[in-house]
Write a protein of this length. Structure first.
Length: 249
């Protein structure tokens, strides 16, 4: 079995916000040779504060030879080491189940049991929100928040085009230009609250950033968390690896 033989692409890039609880993130880890043979599975879960800012990362890896093992160092490496980054592909739980079974592991444990293997928690430093944009929200809203979700890995032009189509990005794009210009954007309105987002290159084009602006007219903290999670998962389905979520205002 090889990574390239697995249908890892997203079925849809639409944003579906639900009330379901947080789910784990699954990755396939491949060998260093050119066949990209799947060696094992990496399972992760971010921890966040009440403002949805990332505070840490819990993870566990599995290989047929070693079983389940704690893997904070692997989670760090796939975000900082280009060689490791190239060997990891985001996947769905269903595909992870198929790989786990094909490699002789039998049925993949449920997520409650998988969390018991998270023994090596990696803390991620956070800071008070930076002010980005006007301090006061527009009329009709009681709060304005801005978040940035950082991602490692890269997107192909066809994946960017798919996101633009699914998010109904205007053909003319945005008024921004240059290396930090938005390449895909979208908007979601619900119960008086407004969520808008822009995907752009950041860090001298070394990473991707998803900037999410929330204009809140209600006590919509649950909807805000679900929206951030859903948008992050859409980009993860497209092959990006989330690194952290920061709040700017």
């Amino acid at each position: 079995m090889t990574i390239d033989s697995l249908p890892v692409g997203p079925a849809s890039a639409a944003v579906e916000v639900t009330g379901a609880g947080p789910q784990l993130d699954y990755y396939l880890v491949g060998a260093r040779d050119s066949t990209t043979t799947v060696e094992g599975i990496l399972v992760e879960e971010f921890t966040r504060d009440r403002d949805f800012v990332t505070t840490g990362l819990a993870s566990a890896g599995w290989t047929p030879q070693a079983g389940w093992w704690s893997s904070a160092s692997l989670s760090r490496d796939i975000r900082t080491n280009p060689e490791m980054l190239a060997r990891v592909v985001p996947t769905s739980r269903r595909q992870a189940e198929d790989v786990h079974r094909a490699l002789g592991g039998g049925q993949l444990p449920d997520e409650t049991l998988l969390r018991t293997h998270f023994l090596d928690h990696q803390p991620i430093a956070s800071a008070p929100p930076l002010r980005l944009g006007p301090a006061q929200p527009p009329a009709g809203f009681h709060e304005r928040r801005v978040y940035r979700v950082l991602f490692a890995k890269d997107l192909r032009p066809d994946q960017v085009a798919a996101l633009r189509t699914a998010w109904r990005t205007p053909t003319a794009g945005t008024s921004a230009s240059g290396t930090n210009a938005s390449v895909a954007s979208g908007r979601l309105d619900g119960h008086g609250d407004q969520f808008s987002w822009d995907l752009r290159r950041v860090g001298h084009t070394l990473a991707w950033g998803l900037d999410v602006t929330a204009l809140l007219a209600t006590d919509a903290t649950a909807a805000l968390g679900s929206t951030l999670s859903a948008l992050t998962d859409v980009l993860r389905q497209h092959g990006l690896i989330p690194v952290t979520t920061e709040r700017f205002s």
